[in-house]
Design a protein around this ligand. Sequence first.
Ligand SMILES: NC(=O)c1ccc[n+]([C@@H]2O[C@H](COP(=O)([O-])OP(=O)(O)OC[C@H]3O[C@@H](n4cnc5c(N)ncnc54)[C@H](O)[C@@H]3O)[C@@H](O)[C@H]2O)c1
Ligand SMILES: O=C(O)C(=O)C[C@@H](O)[C@H](O)[C@H](O)COP(=O)(O)O
Ligand SMILES: [Zn+2]
Length: 373
Amino acid sequence: MTASSALPYQRLHVELDARRYPIHVGPGLLDAPDMLVPYLAGRQVMIVTNETVAPLYLERLKRTLSGDDRDVRDVREVILPDGEHTKTLASVERIWDALLAAGFNRRCTLVALGGGVIGDMAGFAAACYQRGVAFVQVPTTLLSQVDSSVGGKTGVNHPRGKNMIGAFWQPRAVLIDTGTLATLPARELSAGLAEVIKYGLIQDADFLAWLEARMPALRGLDVEALTEAILRSCAIKAEIVARDETEQGQRALLNLGHTFGHAIEAHQGYGNWLHGEAVGAGMLMAAALSQRLGWLAADDMARVETLVADTGLPVTAPAAMSADDFLATMRLDKKNIDDRLRLVLLSSLGEACVYDDTPSDMLESLLADFPRA
Ligand SMILES: NC(=O)c1ccc[n+]([C@@H]2O[C@H](COP(=O)([O-])OP(=O)(O)OC[C@H]3O[C@@H](n4cnc5c(N)ncnc54)[C@H](O)[C@@H]3O)[C@@H](O)[C@H]2O)c1
Ligand SMILES: O=C(O)C(=O)C[C@@H](O)[C@H](O)[C@H](O)COP(=O)(O)O
Ligand SMILES: [Zn+2]
């Protein structure tokens, strides 16, 4: 971070009937037992992390969770390999194996320490272990802080499609220590900013304009700008999830750019392209299609292109991917109903819709014409 933060920690809530849970945001929260311990189900705690994040933050979290003489907890860890390609059922089995080896019961809590890959897998492991145990999200990438730690989508990839195996399973709390962003590689920061831009595009034109002005500060790790981006993003996500927890309707708007992006990720074998990068290119494809439908003006399209480029994200699709490659994966997308492709498109900047009537020749020509590199 470029500035040491005088900001206090802040808190939002996800309002899900009786299952309201907090999102704590602030610097140094990894060291704050008050923000974590009240959300544990019992004395058994399994931290799920990976080999990149463990050397950075595991010991601090263990100290915070371990308790004192009066209140001792059994805190274990499972350290998984790193990378999107490891987001598989086999990795989740390693979590279950560790839980059983430790003799953990239904009153245990899983704590996900890491990015979205760890959070999605730990959440899914928690959803299934002994038919469901508590879990807490401690996200350490920008992407996981603004998106994946909130809302309860958990799961793993399948070679044929992204997040194809999973469950909705909400965390008991989300603890966002903004200090962890200091160690995040610049490329991962840009990937996280893709999901931040998404919120502006789908429902907040003012936020979009703020992002255009503040992108250099965000990429420069300005702590106040990042904190504001996290709070505004989480507020939008929490509000959409509260309206439509299991994606019966409006939650699908959070999928802007993902139908195209998931096709890129699956085609690449979940390597090379980061999720946020694929979403960045996918949002450009969705915007370009919206322009062809006559919904987005050329000036608006240019604003989206400039913002995505200024974020350091790819503005082209992979050279090796044909229109048919895109369509093969897009046909398996979870949003589709019967044979109809449902895409999230932009009705204007700051407003999105789910649309299932795109003329197939228009989509095919967009997929063929979109720039490749
Ligand atoms: N559940 C949801 O709602 C949701 C939403 C968005 C994305 N996702 C999923 O999230 C995943 C992407 O998440 P991601 O972008 O966090 O990727 P990631 O989990 O792979 O993390 C990115 C990289 O950063 C490293 N890292 C994590 N924290 C770090 C830190 N503080 N300092 C240094 N390195 C650190 C990780 O080890 C990894 O190498 C995808 O699988 C995507 O499908 C899920
Ligand atoms: O929370 C949601 O809903 C989202 O769609 C957020 C997305 O950013 C995220 O990538 C999510 O995992 C995609 O879900 P999927 O159902 O399309 O696999
Ligand atoms: Zn996403």
